[in-house]
Design a protein around this ligand. Sequence first.
Ligand code: SF4
Ligand SMILES: [Zn+2]
Length: 367
Amino acid sequence: MPEALNQAVQDARRLKQRDDNPNAPSRVWSEEEVIDGETHRALTVILRTRGCTWAIRGGCSMCGYVNDSFVKKITADHLVRQFETALSQFSDHSVIKLYTSGSFLDDTEVPIEAQQRIADMVPEQVVRFQSEAQAHHVTKERLSDIVNRLPTNCQLAFGIGMEASTPEVLEHSVNNEFTIQDYHEAARVADEEGAYLKCYVLVKPPFLTENEAIVEAVETAKRVAGTPALEAISFNPVSVHKNTLVEELFRSGDYSPPWLWSVVDVLERVSSFVDVQVHSDVVAGGQARGAHNCGACDEDVLRAIDAHKKTGDASVFERVSCSCREVWKEQLALEGLGFAGGGLASSFREAAGSKKARSGFETWYQA
Ligand code: SF4
Ligand SMILES: [Zn+2]
């Protein structure tokens, strides 16, 4: 892990402890979820934890989820009470989606006692319990413990933020702490335990040209396609979160979110070779801080991306067009000739080299 990049990411964080009620979840809502063609009521809960351990040590260059975390010690009792509060607000749900904005299987963030008590509390009628984890936290021990505590007919699924897969991109752009090998091991373990995985992949982490970003997203899909337990690949176009290195680069003119045409290109290419669900959730689509095109066609393209998510039919993209698609193609061509930005290596040296060093890391976090 390059020290200068991690330092730059940590400098941008401006971590702040929160004084909110530790017994109340961050957000709870009820929504529809279609599983194997059947419509279910899904209870979605965002637990407020101490924060993603990796984010507090520096973390991924584009991720600002830790802005909503407590950034101080949160006990197993607190987390269990948050889940109880969420369960008491709604009834009759057959799907539970429980997110932490970090890794549910990281016992620093969610103590094992909390993981166990939450799994024990999942009501009998729930057919699917879905959460999120970092790949290296998906171990046989943790999965089998949770599977044994869930109701007998309840599927277990985890979203894994793989983000990218080329070692140089993970190291010098995303600043992720795990590798594609960790993902493959998580897939093997999940398969053995009868659990499912959804793989999240970024479109355009920092320091990549538009071209490099498209290639990296497609290559990452190739590297996870066909792995066991995989049920979906979800592409996340990078949006500019507060207090992140990406925000600093955005402000200094060194980062712009991807074109929506790049997202469409990735979805079209990947849909042609994978046999699992492929889709994209565009955050802040059409806005300066999210994936966008010229402004005139953004809504149409976003609608097509949404329609593709619902139907899986990539031909919806044939029905959207705009003159700005030619501008996008020209940019890709110019980048290929080296005329439009330096790409990963040169941009990184320039941006990360200018960040001042910061002393110490809050040792309370390990307490
Ligand atoms: S993307 Fe995931 S692992 Fe990376 S900092 Fe954010 S929550 Fe942590
Ligand atoms: Zn346009």
